[in-house]
Design a protein around this ligand. Structure first.
Ligand code: CA
Length: 234
């Protein structure tokens, strides 16, 4: 049994071949199509475990439309491929229900990391595991008590600081866009208030980072967002 079946939707044969080789080398099975309409059909008929979906398809239906159509009947994870770090593309991708994105060109390592992370998240959701706590390196977040410790030492956070940390920790090792974080923590009407976010990231770093000037837990993805960096569990 393959580890998971992955549908690749991309109109550049070379890239399809490359992605497929990377994935099958580690035990995934792949199927592919260059056409948007066909991709939607294949999701319904073949029931893959994940889609790697290019935004630009030489087809009437682009990747956004494919994602939107798929979301009408399926919650399977979608990783979108974008040509470059165009924030508008990323946001649009999330709006239509993509789970993550990869910017071209990407390395095989990045591809595998995203695929595994997204599959892991979706499996946790499927089994309905509501974790009682989240661990990330030296940090532990006890969700029921809204209590945070670092190396066993309790750290007092304000409500907003806690909410921001919780949001970051719910998607470890994943860059969350400024707008995503602002919307999740403050509400959609604050999604452009980057100053709020910067201030609270600074507060959190002061409380959590060993050296706030050189953050190693809450890392900046310049111009895009922030990520909570957690060592991989083995
Ligand atoms: Ca393409």
């Amino acid at each position: 049994m393959p580890e998971a079946r992955i549908l690749i939707v991309e109109d550049e044969p070379k890239l399809v071949r490359l992605i497929s080789e990377v994935l099958t080398a580690v035990g995934f099975a792949t199927l592919s199509t260059a056409r948007g309409e066909r991709a939607v059909e294949m999701v319904a008929l073949e029931q893959p475990d994940l889609i790697v979906l290019d935004v630009l398809l030489a087809d009437q239906m682009d990747g956004f439309e494919v994602a939107r159509r798929v979301r009408e009947f399926s919650s399977l994870p979608i990783i979108m491929l974008t040509a470059k770090a165009r924030e508008s593309d990323l946001l649009r991708g999330f709006e239509v229900g993509a789970d993550d994105y990869l910017t071209k060109p990407f390395s095989s390592k990045e591809l595998l990391a995203r695929v595994r992370a997204v599959l892991k998240r979706s499996r946790q959701e499927v089994t309905g595991q509501t974790e009682a706590e989240i661990s990330c390196g030296p940090l532990r977040i006890e969700l029921a008590r809204r209590r945070v410790t670092r190396d066993g030492q309790e750290i007092h956070l304000t409500r907003t600081e806690y909410n921001l940390l919780h949001e970051l920790a719910s998607h470890p090792n994943q860059v969350l866009l400024h707008e995503q974080l602002l919307t999740a923590v403050w509400g959609v009407e604050y999604r452009n208030d980057l100053d709020y976010l910067r201030a609270y990231i600074r507060y959190l770093r002061h409380k959590l980072e060993p050296d706030p000037a050189n953050p190693c837990l809450i890392v900046t993805s310049s111009g895009v967002g922030y990520m909570l960096e957690c060592p991989e569990e083995v």
